[in-house]
Write a protein that binds this ligand. Sequence first.
Ligand SMILES: NC(=O)c1ccc[n+]([C@@H]2O[C@H](COP(=O)([O-])OP(=O)(O)OC[C@H]3O[C@@H](n4cnc5c(N)ncnc54)[C@H](OP(=O)(O)O)[C@@H]3O)[C@@H](O)[C@H]2O)c1
Length: 277
Amino acid sequence: MAGGSHGFALVAPASRGLGLAFAQQLLTRTELPVVATTRKDCAGVRDRILTGKNVPSSAERRLRLFEVDVKDESTISSMADAIRRDYPDTPLRLALTVPGILHVEKSPSQIDAASALDSFQVNALGPLLLMKHLSQFLPAKSTPEFQSTSTSGTGGESQLELPSHAVYAMMAARVGSISDNSSGGWYSYRASKASVFQLAKTFDLYLRSKSGKKALAVALHPGTVRTDFTKDFWKGREMLEPSDSAERLLKFLIGMSPDFDGGRGKCWDWKGDEVYP
Ligand SMILES: NC(=O)c1ccc[n+]([C@@H]2O[C@H](COP(=O)([O-])OP(=O)(O)OC[C@H]3O[C@@H](n4cnc5c(N)ncnc54)[C@H](OP(=O)(O)O)[C@@H]3O)[C@@H](O)[C@H]2O)c1
């Protein structure tokens, strides 16, 4: 396992879908400790992550599960307390926050206040509160650069060459883009995801002053991915598998420049194209 100067990775949540794929790839293709979250059933989710294709048996001691429901801030702050205690002097190197929920509304009359509130709590407040409690772990200007991790593969998969700065990514969605909206509908999902574009930009501006080029923030669009999220639309549609989307996004993220005129603070898709707000 990589020591404290290599940092740790975090995926919240990692119970299924894209989060699960990210956690499995990070355990397989890096030697970092991986902190993962789930709303429930830590033991079951731990098993699910560790039994993924190519996940090496050595991953077990690097994986830590926390029970986090982003609608309950106390569960996020408890996780942060435990990270502070259990990973002293270990900065956050790669973070992926991916909670998401869709309540379909085709017309204004279908909007239900409780469901819309749920969308905002999970899709907008979720990443906001995760950012609030996790920002303390990102490197400051004075923190030494991350050391490069060993390239000896543990699972036979190609190892990720991690950059010397930290990357904090939040999952947005193309439908959260106002300029891209040509079909309407999905009011609360669109509006709540639009806020993730703003969060990434605002958080990145904070990181520019706190961390300089040692940490950056971005928003992501994963493509249309075959997960429970898109189950109703699987029939007859071509979709990315979660592992393919996660692989493409990780490749993009680790290749990002921390320069102030680079792509930080923006939203990027799985192909590396910008999604305009
Ligand atoms: N799939 C796509 O095509 C697509 C496209 C654009 C954007 N996205 C975005 O990508 C992200 C991941 O989506 P996915 O496709 O992997 O969907 P998914 O398989 O439905 O997974 C959604 C995840 O969100 C979690 N979640 C829901 N409510 C939560 C809460 N209160 N607290 C913590 N976690 C909560 C779920 O946890 P439980 O297992 O506990 O329910 C699950 O891990 C979402 O933000 C989604 O909006 C997906």
